[in-house]
Write a protein that binds this ligand. Structure first.
Ligand SMILES: *[C@@H]1O[C@H](CO)[C@@H](O)[C@H](O)[C@H]1NC(C)=O
Ligand SMILES: *[C@@H]1O[C@H](CO)[C@@H](O)[C@H](O)[C@H]1NC(C)=O
Ligand SMILES: *[C@@H]1O[C@H](CO)[C@@H](O)[C@H](O)[C@H]1NC(C)=O
Ligand SMILES: *[C@@H]1O[C@H](CO)[C@@H](O)[C@H](O)[C@H]1NC(C)=O
Ligand SMILES: *[C@@H]1O[C@H](CO)[C@@H](O)[C@H](O)[C@H]1NC(C)=O
Ligand SMILES: *[C@@H]1O[C@H](CO)[C@@H](O)[C@H](O)[C@H]1NC(C)=O
Ligand SMILES: *[C@@H]1O[C@H](CO)[C@@H](O)[C@H](O)[C@H]1NC(C)=O
Ligand SMILES: *[C@@H]1O[C@H](CO)[C@@H](O)[C@H](O)[C@H]1NC(C)=O
Length: 289
């Protein structure tokens, strides 16, 4: 199982990503941290005040699976081509909305560069007029922009178009219908059996007979972890009754609130000793690329 092919730094920029499946169409909804007091945080070390901004909704998974290979043990492997189309009708505003977020380049640089070079790094940050926070459009933060300090493309999901997710090996369900589409591989990313567990499907489909009393497990390669969604309501979609599942707040809560998330907290600096919620550091995949 490969993960984070794009190897972006997902440090605190994205608050939540929810996968919504309506009539077989998969949407990814994003909420961003909009930091209200960047100057105070930088000058006085105040606690960041963040407003959640979103959802910004993208249609994903609309491209057909590629390189499908069937194995003789009731499993099949495939690649998922990545693509995202903005869906204004399901978003709070246009992609051009501005938000103040953690600067991925600056925040990430400190953990990637040896301590001895931090002084040089600080000079680089100054001369490029960068700071720990930056004000950019939603589109730039999610899909990429040229960073003035690193002179490379940065972005939570950059590059995305034209890349692949996978490969996935899933059960066909031929010998057990309840296993249809569930992923059979494990991660070797978080260095922890709990965090490396892949539960459920890739979220493009689920086994039939969804039971609304049970959580729905799926794996999101963007954040490199399994999550579970709980049933929240029944929605009428053009005359069809559909179930709405939502991610419980505990999913992205800090380990102080949800101890299960301890193994996802690998960056003590950015997460302030694992007390900041929603910060998921997937930068260590650089080593494993
Ligand atoms: C930082 O704290 C000092 C002293 O309390 C205050 O005068 C100053 O305005 C604060 N800075 C910001 C950006 O709020
Ligand atoms: C899919 O398979 C073909 C033929 O084996 C190969 O040339 C291509 O590189 C594969 N695609 C990806 C994205 O790996
Ligand atoms: C099924 O076969 C594939 C390809 O040989 C292999 O990668 C996978 O681990 C096998 N799965 C099980 C459950 O045996
Ligand atoms: C990705 O491709 C889709 C569909 O072609 C397009 O709508 C979208 O703007 C592209 N995104 C980026 C960041 O280029
Ligand atoms: C940084 O800001 C200063 C003052 O606003 C300006 O003179 C300088 O050209 C800027 N440098 C870069 C690399 O943008
Ligand atoms: C994984 O965890 C073990 C035991 O906690 C530790 O000894 C090892 O250094 C860790 N490996 C990595 C790559 O973090
Ligand atoms: C995986 O599923 C089990 C129950 O089947 C659950 O207890 C566990 O928390 C899940 N793990 C993750 C990482 O979501
Ligand atoms: C994190 O914890 C260590 C050891 O307990 C402490 O020295 C450090 O100041 C803490 N850092 C932050 C940002 O709270």
């Amino acid at each position: 199982m490969s993960c984070c092919r794009r190897c972006g730094l997902l440090v605190g920029a994205v608050f939540g990503a929810v996968v919504a499946i309506l009539a077989g169409i998969v949407y990814r909804q994003m909420w961003l941290f909009d930091v209200q007091n960047p100057a105070e945080v930088l000058e006085n070390g105040s606690k960041p005040i963040v407003w959640e901004k979103g959802p910004y909704t993208y249609r994903v998974r609309y491209l057909a699976k590629e390189n499908i290979t069937a194995h003789d043990n009731y499993t099949v492997s495939y690649l998922l081509p990545n693509g995202a189309i903005f869906e204004p009708s399901m978003s709070v505003g246009p992609e051009e909305d501005m938000v103040t977020t953690l600067n991925l380049a600056v925040a990430g640089a400190y953990s990637l560069i040896p301590k001895i070079l931090h002084l040089a790094l600080e000079r680089m940050i100054k001369t490029s007029n960068s700071s720990l926070f930056q004000r950019r459009t939603v589109r730039e933060i999610l899909w990429g922009y040229t960073d003035p300090m690193l002179k490379t493309t940065m972005g939570v999901f950059s590059p995305y178009n034209g890349t692949y997710d996978g490969d996935y090996t899933v059960f066909t369900g031929k010998n057990d219908i309840s296993k249809v589409s569930t992923i059979e591989s494990k991660l070797s990313f978080w260095n922890d059996t709990y965090c490396d567990t892949i539960n459920g499907t890739d979220a493009t489909s689920f086994p039939p007979f969804v039971d609304r009393n049970k959580p729905l497990f799926f794996f999101s390669s963007d954040i490199c972890r399994s999550v579970s969604a709980d049933f929240s309501s029944t929605v009428d979609l053009k005359g069809i009754q559909v179930y709405r599942f939502v991610l419980p707040p505990a999913t992205f809560a800090s380990p102080t609130v949800n101890p299960d998330n301890q193994c996802f907290c690998t960056d003590k600096l950015v997460t302030r000793n694992c007390t900041l919620a929603g910060a998921l550091d997937v930068s260590s995949c650089r080593g494993g690329q």
